[in-house]
Design a protein around this ligand. Structure first.
Ligand code: SF4
Length: 338
């Protein structure tokens, strides 16, 4: 008998599920750069980058980041502007800053921390990342619980409770720990995450290709498209933004967000129209949408001119744009100039 969820599903066959998942993973796992290494530093970087960001988007960043910062020492000593420029486009920039703080903490230790508790002490490392790095890099028996794993487990067990509730998560965590293969925890964790990413996807899971379909209670009950239940999604809001491209002798007028800015601290931005009331607007250059978390910005970009450089703005040469952290909105707006 494995465990009961709040909705009392029948027992799951843990040994068979474990075996089928590992066999399937060996055969079907995607060839991803961080799966070709056992270096805990590289595995840790990949896990941080993959938080909130899709695999396909992460790959080029991961490779470039590791060329620039091949080890904790290189990352610890990187100038902040270079670090943020390497991260620009991945979003959630506190991740980059925490990586650097953690790299500095690692340098104070005799070696890269191996166990879950020591990993958890690093800035920016929570339950998920500590369990992922401990199991994948060091073979420690810790189950991971990310969005993909929660979805797969809630379907396997036909969990009808809200997966955002602590009680339901606690039940699913216990299930993950029970299913975990203690001899190959890294592969097992990755098999569950891989299944969630490629087969047991949020909408219309590909149950015909699933290695655990015979054990899946959601499928047996015809609930695979209804589960998991996670409450209502927050409604996305919309905002308009009017950006100005003001160019003079090959230089563009920009401003830098302060170091204590809540978002994108240290990043360079184009001026918004109401920041430079003295600017003369000549015409529209481009328009695009840019979504950050639950807000979609409808951005209009105008060409404009101005007499003198307003306080707190700088003229920066376009040839320097690769070396400074430019916000994604500014990059998109300036793409139209080329
Ligand atoms: Fe997910 Fe379908 Fe597999 Fe169940 S059978 S775990 S719903 S893909």
């Amino acid at each position: 008998m494995l465990r009961q969820t709040s909705n009392a599903s029948p027992a799951l066959d843990a040994a068979a599920i474990r075996r089928n998942l590992l066999l399937w993973y060996r055969k079907h796992k995607r060839d991803l750069p961080w799966r070709r290494t056992e270096d805990p530093y590289r595995i840790w970087i990949s896990e941080i980058m993959l938080q909130q960001t899709r695999v396909a988007a992460v790959i080029p960043y991961y490779e470039r980041f590791l060329t620039l910062f091949p080890d904790a020492a290189a990352l610890a000593s990187a100038p902040e502007q270079v670090l943020l420029a390497a991260w620009a486009g991945l979003g959630y920039y506190s991740r980059a800053r925490n990586l650097q703080k953690a790299a500095r903490a690692i340098l104070e230790l005799p070696s890269f921390p191996r166990d879950y508790a020591a990993l958890l002490k690093l800035p920016g490392v929570g339950d998920y990342t500590a369990a992922a790095v401990a199991s994948i890099a060091f073979g420690m028996p810790h189950a991971v619980l990310d969005g993909n794993v929660l979805r797969v487990l809630s379907r396997l067990a036909a969990e009808r409770g809200n997966i955002k509730s602590q009680a339901v998560r606690g039940g699913l965590r216990a299930l993950a720990e029970t299913l975990l293969d203690r001899k190959r925890p890294g592969d097992f964790n990755q098999s569950l995450m891989e299944l969630g990413a490629t087969v047991c996807v949020p909408k219309q899971p590909l149950c015909g290709d699933c290695p655990v379909r015979l054990h899946c209670q959601a499928r047996q009950q015809g609930l695979e498209n209804q589960l998991p239940l996670n409450g209502a999604r927050p409604t996305a809001s919309r905002r308009e933004k009017h950006l100005l491209v003001i160019e003079k002798k090959g230089k563009i007028l920009l401003w830098q967000r302060p170091a204590d800015s809540r978002r994108l601290a240290g990043f360079w931005e184009l001026p918004e129209r109401d920041q430079v009331p003295g600017a003369l607007v000549h015409g529209e250059l481009a328009g695009f949408r840019h979504t950050i978390v639950n807000t979609t910005y409808l951005v209009q970009v105008y060409r404009a001119s101005i007499g003198s450089c307003p306080k707190e703005f700088r003229w920066l040469s376009k040839s320097h744009f690769n070396n400074i952290p430019l916000s994604t909105t500014a990059k998109k707006a300036l793409a139209g100039l080329e």
